[in-house]
Design a protein around this ligand. Structure first.
Ligand SMILES: Cc1cc2nc3c(=O)[nH]c(=O)nc-3n(C[C@H](O)[C@H](O)[C@H](O)COP(=O)(O)OP(=O)(O)OC[C@H]3O[C@@H](n4cnc5c(N)ncnc54)[C@H](O)[C@@H]3O)c2cc1C
Length: 303
């Protein structure tokens, strides 16, 4: 049974050994002449060599052509990123299945059996391939024997190139990145009409307007580029004024570098008061709140 082993870097001994276990193994090497020489000496029947002047993935077309030309039953690659990309691309072009995590290949007459490691190496699932298959070898590497010197055929291959044509802002800048003051609001602002009040306050403070994720994502009251947090904007204003935002860690991550954080929230227990520098629980009627809870305009900490 014939196979073609795709080699893009050192550490190919295990994959070659596995391929040789089922019969004649040839190789396509995308890399240096030294790498091609090392593979040619390691007991393969022949080496097609692409002298790579660019990342190996840029020679996908040449590798597919070589795989098609070889007409083999089995393609084997190692688990390095280039090996996986090339093996997947060949499989897609040739219409063969890909089996990852392969640790064993067996030829049983005309049957090709492919052993795939499962459950973190705790079991090996054996598949029978009815036609050509691409195996990504993830078993142990072995020292490649210097068994001979197979012929090396150099392939002329141009890498696929990409070049920069220019860079444009994805949309209009929000100004949040450089803003000295930001007024941000959350779901505590109950009505869409009240967003105008927030904007009015922001104008009065010469501030940018921002929001929590659900305000942009779920309610659509501000554009997505204006929500702050782990999955949104990371900003560092001098003043971050939060209106009706609960202060979830995912939100606060986006203002870790803000100088002063001021929170307005009608729930004195809101999480935001654990991290804000100043806080106001707007509807609180406590005359003497516990020290851990904010009173109207109470400094929480001011480090
Ligand atoms: C993987 C992941 C990533 C996420 N990334 C982000 C992110 O990048 N940014 C982000 O913001 N969120 C993010 N979230 C969501 C986050 O966990 C919170 O759900 C979200 O921040 C809550 O938004 P909120 O504070 O506006 O709403 P709510 O949690 O509903 O809080 C509303 C607050 O308003 C207060 N309130 C209500 N009425 C008033 C009133 N009249 N006056 C004053 N206060 C009032 C309430 O007491 C409450 O504290 C993420 C979540 C996950 C799971």
């Amino acid at each position: 049974m014939k196979s073609l082993v795709i080699v893009t870097e050192a550490g190919f001994g295990g994959a070659l050994d596995a391929a040789r276990a089922v019969g004649d193994a040839a190789a396509i090497v995308v890399g240096s002449r030294d790498l091609a020489n090392a593979v040619a000496a390691a007991g393969v029947s022949g080496v097609r060599w692409v002298d790579a002047a660019a990342p190996a993935e840029a020679y996908t077309a040449a590798v597919i052509a070589a795989a098609r030309d070889a007409g083999v039953r089995l393609l084997v690659s190692t688990t390095d990123p280039a090996g996986r990309v090339l093996s997947g691309a060949c499989a897609a072009a040739l219409g063969t299945p890909v089996v990852p995590n392969v640790v064993r290949l067996v030829a049983d007459g005309h049957r090709l059996l492919v052993g795939r490691s499962m459950v973190n190496g705790g079991a090996v699932m054996t598949y029978e391939a009815s036609g050509p298959v691409a195996a990504i070898y993830a078993g142990d590497d072995v020292e490649a024997d210097a068994a001979g010197a197979a012929p090396i055929t150099r392939l002329e291959a141009e890498p696929t190139t990409i070049r920069e044509l220019g860079c444009q802002a994805a949309g209009e800048s929000t100004g949040l990145a450089d803003a000295a003051r930001v007024v941000s609001f959350g779901r505590g602002v109950r009505a869409k009409g009240d967003v105008a009040l927030v904007r009015g306050l922001a104008d009065a403070l010469a501030a940018e307007v921002a929001c929590s994720m659900p305000v942009a994502d779920d309610l659509g009251w501000l554009e997505k580029a204006r929500y702050v947090g782990r999955s949104g904007q990371h900003i560092a204003p001098q003043l971050y004024l939060m209106l009706g935002i609960d202060g979830a860690p995912q939100h606060m991550e986006g203002v870790r570098d803000a100088k002063v954080v001021v929170a307005v929230n009608n729930n004195p227990e809101a999480r935001v008061f654990r991290t804000a520098d100043y806080g106001s629980s707007a509807t609180s009627t406590r005359s003497s709140p516990p020290s851990s809870q904010p009173s109207s305009s109470s400094p929480i900490s001011n480090e």
